[in-house]
Design a protein around this ligand. Structure first.
Ligand code: SAH
Length: 232
């Protein structure tokens, strides 16, 4: 006669193993939409770095937008995150991340945490990410989201990005996600020699600049027309 396990202990066994599954591996109703986003909005527009594509495939963008925006989380545009701020269009996040040329040992400074979405993408590729946000409620919300998703290599502080975060400098990359009218003068000192600075600059018409720090000074490697919220 087969031994029939009591129903309750069978359920217990099951729920034990289920509770061991990390949150990120749980069923994700947006996985297909995210795959389509990566293929059509990012890969087909010329982002080739496999690590960047994998990070964009992994990070659940819908977790970083307000509930009423979740259905639009994977559309090809920026979305409101409250406080007159926006989460950037997925392609722009991928473009900036690829431009930052991160290695697994890189330490990154981000200015403008916002929802924390770009922060998460950076944290998939770098060793540590330090991120500054001016608006306390956004800094707090992003911290909670990122902690719930399991990120432990992200450090968020409420503060003024124009000052940078000198305690953890030099950074291998600095990624600015709000547009200052001109290049913030204190940040280059916090960038490592050979490091990359990705920063949208200008009022009205802005250019996303990709700058490399060399012994001769900052050298511009690229420029793209963009539209970011102002760095205040
Ligand atoms: N990367 C974000 C989008 C950020 S929008 C995301 O993925 O969601 C730009 C952010 O920069 C806003 O949250 C804004 O509050 C912040 N910001 C603007 N000026 C700043 C400053 N001087 N210092 C720090 N953060 C600033």
């Amino acid at each position: 006669m087969p031994v029939v396990r009591p129903f309750s202990s069978f359920c217990e066994g099951n729920s034990h193993s289920l509770s061991g599954i990390p949150e990120a591996k749980a069923f994700d109703p947006f996985a297909l939409e995210r795959e389509q986003m990566v293929r059509e909005q990012i890969g087909q527009r010329g982002i080739r770095d496999r690590r960047v594509l994998q990070a964009m495939q992994k990070v659940p963008r819908h977790r970083f937008v307000p509930l009423e925006q979740q259905a639009h989380a994977y559309t090809d545009r920026p979305l409101s995150i409250g406080y007159n701020q926006t989460i950037s269009q997925p392609y722009i996040v991928a473009l900036m991340t690829e431009a930052a040329q991160l290695k697994p040992e890189s330490v990154v400074l981000e200015i403008g945490t916002g929802s924390g979405y770009q922060t998460a993408v950076l944290a998939e590729l770098a060793q540590q990410v330090y991120s500054l946000e001016r608006i306390p409620a956004l800094a707090e919300q992003a911290q909670q989201t990122l902690y719930a998703l399991g990120y432990r290599n992200i450090h968020i502080r409420q503060g003024d990005g124009y000052q940078g975060w000198p305690e953890h400098a030099p950074y291998d990359a600095i990624v600015v996600t709000a547009a200052p009218p001109t290049l913030p003068p204190l940040l280059p000192d916090q960038l490592a020699m050979g490091g990359t600075w990705v920063v949208p600059v200008g009022e009205g018409c802005q250019s996303l600049l990709i700058l490399h720090k060399t012994p001769q000074g900052l050298i511009q490697k690229g420029s793209f027309p963009v539209q970011f919220v102002p760095m205040l």
